[in-house]
Design a protein around this ligand. Structure first.
Ligand SMILES: *[C@@H]1O[C@H](CO)[C@@H](O)[C@H](O)[C@H]1NC(C)=O
Ligand SMILES: *[C@@H]1O[C@H](CO)[C@@H](O)[C@H](O)[C@H]1NC(C)=O
Ligand SMILES: *[C@@H]1O[C@H](CO)[C@@H](O)[C@H](O)[C@H]1NC(C)=O
Ligand SMILES: *[C@@H]1O[C@H](CO)[C@@H](O)[C@H](O)[C@H]1NC(C)=O
Ligand SMILES: *[C@@H]1O[C@H](CO)[C@@H](O)[C@H](O)[C@H]1NC(C)=O
Ligand SMILES: *[C@@H]1O[C@H](CO)[C@@H](O)[C@H](O)[C@H]1NC(C)=O
Length: 448
């Protein structure tokens, strides 16, 4: 007993070589004192899946505290519970020897940021009497040591990380225990490009995710590349319109990339605003880049869309916009495409995304031209225009796609149309549509 505190103290200062000598810490390794009847219970607990560990929380931790061989998945789950702070143990800086005793075998599987946070005057005496194995003690000492070294040089504590482009499971598990500052020191552009999605899957804390985000801001000041943006996962919540104000969005192709890879409407609006602020023009190329996100343009911007620009923007698609926007753009689009009216299939292909603003008479004209309108386009038409169509008009408008109508018969849009039709006309379609205007007795008798 008496020599051990000084030995451990030595270890802490000088590294692990001394630890391998037969005196000191080794002497206190004692794993043989287990009662057999407890042994069986212990084995089954030790095989708990990561999911059940996560589900049982602190209780699960106590059950695992005697297990010497934990899988990487179990370790990840254990670390997640501890770093979530959802335990009665409190933060590591307040842990007492009683907490360490309860966690026991779970102490060596913690990473250096937790180990370093445990008060030294609690951790060191406990280690001497913990019964941890020699290799566990070495691991703990190494963890404490490496973070000390880092603090001196402001370097990533794990130099190897800098030379690997792709993080493997062990490396990302290690990173989950880094302090936010260390994470920023260690992450490289390659890690962020290749493995950004892993940061959402491995139990990083909010503070760590914020550090990853801040590293992204540092590495990609002109905006994250699409491959990163589309896989941000939990980090996505940290991205704001304010960020986008700092990005370089000065061409239609950048607009297209960013609109296609950010996840939320507020961010897309910010992308468009940033383009406008950078002196971008609302021309055909921009509208083509905007595609379905034209709905996000404000009134001033929308009023700048003329026939020529619509012609140059085959991807422009206001079909999901408000009816006010559709009503505004349809007449312009109709004028833009009237020169190709002689080629009906081409005319229809171009006018289709704008038809939500078309009046009933234009839909009737379409129904005479074998357009075979798809049901998605149909259900986005203007309700008041569709109500002007009779059963024959709709049959001809949908053509070969008429069979898709029954699937939508319970939608308010189709219901409103059905309620204006005679049931006998609906029956003539043979689609089983119900809810039309009732017939007189004579008609019913004749059908029977
Ligand atoms: C080691 O385990 C034995 C039981 O096998 C026990 O009697 C002894 O007190 C333990 N030693 C320490 C230091 O815990
Ligand atoms: C905290 O852990 C318990 C189980 O120990 C769980 O039921 C609860 O949902 C957890 N709370 C949070 C906020 O994760
Ligand atoms: C990583 O390595 C590159 C050169 O390969 C070097 O310029 C950079 O400073 C290193 N980063 C860290 C954090 O060590
Ligand atoms: C890191 O990225 C590579 C390549 O995309 C992938 O194979 C690997 O599984 C990722 N690592 C983790 C821990 O997700
Ligand atoms: C935008 O850039 C400025 C100057 O580079 C920086 O100070 C600011 O924090 C950045 N804002 C955001 C939200 O990234
Ligand atoms: C529309 O956005 C532009 C910036 O693109 C702005 O200058 C203008 O004031 C906005 N107009 C309205 C009506 O909000």
């Amino acid at each position: 007993m008496p020599e051990s505190p000084s030995v451990l103290c030595c270890l802490f200062m000088a590294g692990c070589a001394i630890m391998l000598t037969p005196s000191g810490a080794l002497k206190f390794t004692n794993t043989s004192g287990l009662v057999i009847s407890k042994e069986e219970a212990r084995i089954s607990n030790c095989e708990m899946s990561a999911d059940s560990i996560a589900a049982t929380g602190e209780k699960g931790l106590k059950q695992l505290s005697q297990c010497q061989h934990l899988t990487q998945d179990q370790i990840t789950a254990i670390r997640q519970i501890i770093s979530s702070g959802n335990t009665s143990f409190g933060p590591p800086s307040t842990w007492t020897s009683s907490v360490l005793h309860q966690l026991n075998q779970l102490i060596p599987v913690q990473g250096h940021s937790i180990l370093r946070s445990i008060p030294k005057d609690v951790l060191m005496p406990w280690l001497q009497n913990s019964g941890l194995s020699q290799s566990q003690l070495v691991h703990i000492m190494e963890s404490l040591k490496s973070s000390r070294r880092k603090r001196e040089a402001d370097m990533c504590p794990n130099k190897e990380l800098n030379s690997t482009k792709i993080l493997n499971e062990d490396q990302i598990n290690d990173l989950a225990d880094y302090t936010p500052e260390d994470l920023k020191l260690c992450l490289t552009k390659e890690h962020l490009v290749n493995n950004i999605s892993a940061f959402s899957a491995y139990g990083f804390t909010d503070e760590q995710l914020a550090a990853v985000k801040s590293k992204l801001d540092e590495i990609f000041p002109e905006g994250y590349p699409p491959v990163v943006l589309s896989k941000l996962g939990l980090i996505d919540d940290l991205l704001t319109a304010e960020n986008i104000k700092n990005w370089t969005i000065n061409s239609p192709s950048k607009v297209k990339d960013f609109l296609g890879s950010v996840s939320r409407e507020d961010l897309r609006t910010a992308v468009i605003q940033r383009y406008m602020e950078s002196g971008g023009q609302i021309d055909g190329a921009f509208l083509n880049a905007v595609g379905p996100y034209v709905c996000l343009l404000n009134e001033t911007e929308l009023s700048m869309i003329n026939e020529d620009k619509i012609k140059e923007a085959p991807r422009l698609d206001p079909s999901s916009c408000s009816s006010a926007i559709k009503d505004k753009l349809y007449p312009t689009a109709k004028r833009a495409f009237s020169p190709i009216h002689y080629n009906y299939p081409e005319y229809y292909a171009r006018i289709r995304p704008f038809l939500g603003g078309a009046p009933g008479e234009d839909l009737r004209a379409l129904s005479k031209n074998n357009v075979n309108m798809d049901i998605q386009t149909f259900v986005k038409l203007k309700s008041s225009s569709v109500k002007e169509l009779n059963v024959e008009n709709v049959k001809n408008l949908l053509g070969t796609n008429l069979k898709d109508l029954p699937a939508y018969q319970d939608t308010p849009f189709v219901q409103e149309w059905i309620q204006k039709q005679k049931q006998s006309d609906l029956d003539s379609l043979g689609l089983g549509l119900k809810g039309g205007l009732p017939e007189g007795f004579i008609v019913l008798k004749r059908r029977n």
